[in-house]
Structure formats: structure tokens, C-alpha cells
Design a protein around this ligand. Sequence first.
Ligand code: C2E
Ligand code: CA
Ligand code: CA
Length: 685
Amino acid sequence: MDIPDSLMSVQQTLSVYQTLTTPIWVFDFDNMSVIWANEGALDLWQASSCEELASRNMSKGTSATVATHLLNIRQHLLKGSKFSDRWTLYPRGVPRHCFLEYRNIKLDDGRDGMLIECVGQDLHSDSETLRSTEALRHTSLMISLYSEDFSLLYCNPAAHSMLPKALTHLSDHIADPQDWDNIKTEITLSDQFLVEASVFTKAGRKRHKMHFQHSQDAVTGKKSILVSESDITLLHKGARDAHHQARTDSLTGFANRLYLKEKLAAIASNPQATAGIIYIDLDRFKNINDSLGHSVGDKLLIAVAHTINQCVSKDMTLVRLGGDEFLLLLESVNHYETLTKISQCIINRLDSPLSIDSSPLRVTPSIGICLYPSDADSPESLLQHADIAMYQSKAAGGNQYHIFTDQMLTEVKQRSQLEQQLALAIKQNQFVLHYQPRYAADGKTIAGAEALIRWQHPERGLLYPGSFIYMAEETRLINQLGDWVLREGARQAAQWHRQGMGIRVSVNLSARQFSSGNFVDNVQMILQDTGCPAHLLELELTESMLINDIPNVAKVLKRLHKLGVRTAIDDFGTGYSNLVYLQSFDIHCLKIDKAFVQSMDKPAILNMILSLGELLGMTIVAEGIETKEQLSWLQDNGCHELQGFYLAKPMTSEQLGKILVQSKLTRYPDPAIHHSGGITETEMI
Ligand code: C2E
Ligand code: CA
Ligand code: CA
């Protein structure tokens, strides 16, 4: 048989093999073809000639696993060693089970070929064994057999192609010591089990799903461990990505609430753990969303998140809780200093405007600080307490931080208790109105009375509005409460009027009440229901109620004016009255705030308000008169009406009723006259 040109250099060797009956052939790995074969090989391959055998395409029908296995063998050979293997050949489609030995052979063109020798054939295996051997060879499932002490006994081509080079012990395959410990424990406990483990492979670190099963080595009969494994790296990565995504805030890319929940649970489960949190809420962020739109709002939130993150080191986690609420989690912190430093850093950095769509926007944070476990003993209370501290910053005007204290918690509890009790009190009608007389300029004639609400608390006794009105306002219970006050005040005014001692009753309004759409209709209905003449009802507003939505305020005031109801501006001088609007509004009366009355050493403002009243034709009332001097000064300087403890304290309707009865009713207050006359009440002074 001719020796091809490519094998000239090994001509001598090959000619020795030429006539041997042991089949020997040269395989060109790159071209997947036989380039030389001896007589025995031609016989094995059922080939008529070397040329005919060379023309066969050996890559046809080769599975991916076999191809990789071949590649492995080749690499093995390149190192100079010999390799032997059991292999099934298919000469003309008929399976021949051969024991092959491989050696490297240099081709003339410099490439490496394989010299393959068939050292034996298995002619006696039963078909089942043969098929299972084939299946084992071709499957992509990695199958390996280990002795009881985890030494490698066998691996199929798929496993061979993946297991680390020169692996002798299973422990060299398992990458994570924890996984290895698990496997060793599990194998003593169960017959078979499944694990997912991080493993070393020829292709680097991978994630494998591994099935372990106790079995017997077919050769020695000794106990062994059969391992089948498959690569789930991609699947695992997908799951890990999904896990990560579920814990990431989609807007800012920082962690989210779920992440925080799990982190806090982990902290809580460790008795030694400490942590600090910084709870951040942006001040008046809603205004930005409302005025500039959500898209700008979103961009601003992203910019804020990155700004906050600039104050943070690697071991801290920034979480967006939702909306404009952020949180910084600092693990292993057990003192406030780090927390206050970071909080100050956040405040400082947010002090410079952020550029959003190339326009500068500034937001300020309200921050609450809390430590675990010294300030809170559970993840829930940790968040709650930080929130309470944050709220404290907000209530104090924002752009600051507060550290949680137990006192804050007590106050919050009291507030929530108050809220519950207040709702119940409205249902059970635990309120009463007291009346503080308002005197004409003579200081003797009662011109009217201001209705002041009192709560007859079943346990705490009589409560003044300062301790509950704010809560009613916050919880919107003020609508119901305010309605009741208005109706009760009008009812009382109507009753005194029917008894022939009509005095004007002034009722305080809350902003929410005044701005509700059906306010005037409601007033009208109350007047009808109670039979109160409109001019005997005065509504006390504050300046802050008049500065927003001016056109609507003007409309409401006009309608009230048309109804004949009087209006007064309460606590005048403390707000931001626009004098121009004041002139155009239908308002009858200004009540000078008691602060001005009580600081009479600086009478400039008093004088100004008095002349303003003269100028605008309004009744000027001074309230909070506590001394004879204050009274005299106001009387001397032309104040129209007078109210204060010096003249009379607020009293029950019965008490005032008695005074009204005792005093001789002379004439009704005339709504057309500013400083109306009325009944004289000398006993009051
Ligand atoms: P206000 O409208 O300024 O009412 C006058 C407050 O000053 C009353 O306190 C009254 O008792 C007190 N006062 C009267 N004369 C003097 C004085 O000479 N010296 C001092 N130091 N104080 C004097 P009160 O009853 O505790 O009411 C407090 C506030 O609660 C009221 O201030 C008013 O803003 C609000 N309020 C009272 N009743 C109602 C109501 O029915 N509805 C609403 N929305 N608010 C109410
Ligand atoms: Ca008032
Ligand atoms: Ca007042």
C-alpha cells in the first residue's frame, strides 16, 4: 500500500505496520478522515483500498459529545502520552466494539495526526450492554463513578470533557467547601439525592445539578457512588438575575423594600447584630410632581438617589422605599455619630440644586435616625421609629435630621389614642361651646360672644381646643366637628334671640371647612334650620385661609355677605394679609391678635391696625385684654370692640344666658353699625 506524501517522514515506521493483521490507521483529525491504513485496518473498516477509506467522511454521524471526546484525546496525545479507550466503530454501518490505542504522529505538513491501533475487539458483549455503553458514550449527561472515598473510577466522555484535568478525587471538582460538606453529610444519610453545586470544570467555574446514588462497581463489586450531573449555569444565572431584579427599585436601580425586608430579617435573626438606619423623606415633593409633572419628578428622584449615594460607603445600602422615601441601612453600626455625619452630608449635598432637564431644582430632606437594637427591638419597630424621628424633622420644618427618642414614641402613641377618642367623642357628642363676651367700646355693653369649643373628656375632664383641634384638622374630623360648632353656635344665637336678648355669636372656622365646596350652602341651611338671623352670626377666618385661590375666596365672601352673615379676620397681624385684597374682600371685622394687645409698649402696629380699620370701614376688635392699662389704651385710641380675660373669661351658655337675662336688654346689635351697642353687663367686670 502506498504511503501518502504527507506521511513520507514516517514511511519507515508505517511500512513495518503495513502487513500486520492488527488494524492500524492514521487519522487526520482536522479533516476527520483516515489518511493511511494497513491491511488489518482495511479489513476492519471493510474498505477496498486506502483511497476509498480516505474518501469516507468520518465526521458524519459523530455526536457533539464524541467530537469533544476526540478533541480531548487529541490534546492528551499532544502532551506525548498514549491514550486507550473503548470505542464503537461503524464500518459500513455495522458496529464493531474495539479497544483502541492512540498515539500522536507528526504529519509532513507539520500538523498532528493520530496513529490508532485496534488492540482488541469485544465480540461477545450482549446487545443490552453494548447499547448502554453506547448511550453512556454519546449522552451529554456527565456520568462518573467514584469509590467510597470519592476517588474517581470512571467517567463517560461528557464528564471527561468537563471534569478538571487530572481529577482524581471528587473534592477537586466541588468548588464551594459548604457544598462539599453538604454532599459528604447527605451521602451518609440517603440512598440518593440531588444537589445544586458550584463546581470547577475545564470551562471554569460552573453551576451543576448533581445526582448522587449509591451503587456497586461492576468490576470490583465494591460499594461506589454514581454521579450524574448537568450544567445549569445559565438557568441559575437567569434565576439569580430574576432574584436580583425583584430586589431592585426599577426607577433608581438601588435596592427596594423587599431587599430591605430580607436584610432586616437576617439582622434580626442574629442576636449579635447591630444596625443603623437613616430614613429620608423629601420635603414637599408632591408639589414638584403636581407642578412639573411625574416625568420631571422621576428624574429628580433618580438624581436625589445618586446624590444620597455620594455620602455612602460600600458597606451601606441605599434603599428606595417608594415614592420620595429613601433609607440607608448601615450594618454593624452601634453609635449615632456615623449616622449623623451621613445625614448632615445628605443635607449639605442636597443644598445645591440638581440639574433636571437643564433647569435647577432643589429639594430638601427630612431625616430620621434609629439604631438597632438600642432604639428598636424588631425590624418593624426599627422602621417605625426611624419614620417617627423623620416625622419630627418634617414637623420642625424639614431639611434636618432627628435621632429617635422614646419620648417621640410616647407622643405618637398619645396622638393615635387621641385620634381614636376624638372620633368617638364626635359620635357621642362630648363637645360643648363656651362663650366669651365681646364688649362695645365702653367696656360694659356686651356686643357679642365668641363661641369656643370644649371637649368634655370622660377621663381627662374639660379639654381646651389647643389640645385637640390640630388633630381634628389632621384627620379631617374637623369637617364634622366644625359643622357641629356652626350649628350649635347658630342654635344658641337663635335661642337668645327668641328670648329677646339677641347678641352676635362668632364662630371660629378651620381652613378645611371654609374651603369645602358647599360651605355657603351649608351656612344657609344651618341658618334656616336653627332660625338664626344671619346678622347674629359672625364667622372668624384666619389670614392664611384668604391667601390661596383668591378669586374663589372673594366669591365665597361675597355670597356670605349677601346672606347677611358677618365675617372677621382672626389673629390679625400674624399672617400675610395682602392689604389690596383686604380692601376688595367683603370682610366686616379685624380681630387684633392678642400678642399685639399684650405688648402695648410698642403700640405702632396697634395704631396702624386701628387706622386701617378706620380707613377700610371695618370693625376693629382687640382680644386678649388682660389688664386695666391695656383696656384703657384701646378705649382711648378708638378700638371698637373689646375682648379678654380682664373683661370676661369664656363661660357656659347658661352662665352667659343668666348674665344676659339679668342685664336689661336695651337694643339689638345693628349689623349696619360697626361697633354695635347691646346689653350692658356691669357685673362682668
Ligand atoms: P382664638 O380664636 O384666638 O380664640 C381666643 C382664645 O384666646 C381662646 O382660647 C380664649 O380662651 C383665649 N383668650 C381669650 N381672652 C384671653 C386673654 O385675655 N388672655 C389670654 N391669654 N387668652 C385669652 P381657647 O378657647 O383655648 O381657643 C384657642 C383657639 O382654638 C382659638 O383661638 C381658636 O383658634 C381655636 N378654636 C376654638 N374654638 C374653635 C372652634 O370651634 N373651631 C375651630 N376651628 N377652632 C376653634
Ligand atoms: Ca377666634
Ligand atoms: Ca384670635
